[in-house]
Design a protein around this ligand. Structure first.
Ligand SMILES: [Zn+2]
Length: 149
């Protein structure tokens, strides 16, 4: 039982996203038994799809593989605080635990901004653990955006 190893896998997805010219965010979905069922990085540019965030792609892949619309008991590891769209998808998917790395005061939607999980309309709230592998995630994001300038 090591969540660090799953965040390392999420960070690997984030690095791969950076190499594709995408914002470096990675996500890994883990089954209740501890098996990785999906992993993804951002692909908004590649797919010309503003919803192709790592979390959405991982949730879609896991649901498709399992033939279900809900991922009850599954845990999601993501390198950056999810945005409001992804936070809503995490709630809809009934994710059990959310582990994320860096905080995102600009675009985050869980600890910042819309704070989706704190909203009374949010019918399923995952357990949230933040700051996991945050330094590595922040370094990746900073390196990516420094390069863009
Ligand atoms: Zn998102």
């Amino acid at each position: 039982m090591s969540f660090t190893s799953h965040m390392q896998a999420a960070l690997a997805e984030a690095r791969a996203a950076a190499l594709r010219g995408e914002v470096p965010v990675g996500a890994v979905l883990v089954s209740p038994e501890g098996a990785v069922v999906a992993r993804a990085g951002n692909r908004t540019r590649e797919l010309s799809d503003p919803t192709a965030h790592a979390e959405i792609l991982a949730i879609r892949a896991a649901c498709a593989a399992l033939g279900t619309e809900r991922l009850t008991g599954h845990d999601l590891y993501v390198t950056l605080e999810p945005c409001p769209m992804c936070a809503a998808a995490i709630s809809f998917a009934r994710i059990r635990r959310l582990y994320y790395g860096a905080a995102d005061p600009k675009s985050g939607g869980t600890a910042h901004g819309a704070r989706v999980f704190a909203h009374p309309q949010c019918h399923h709230v995952p357990e949230v653990y933040d700051g996991i592998g945050a330094a590595d995630s922040e370094r990746l994001l900073k390196g990516f955006f420094d390069q863009k300038r």
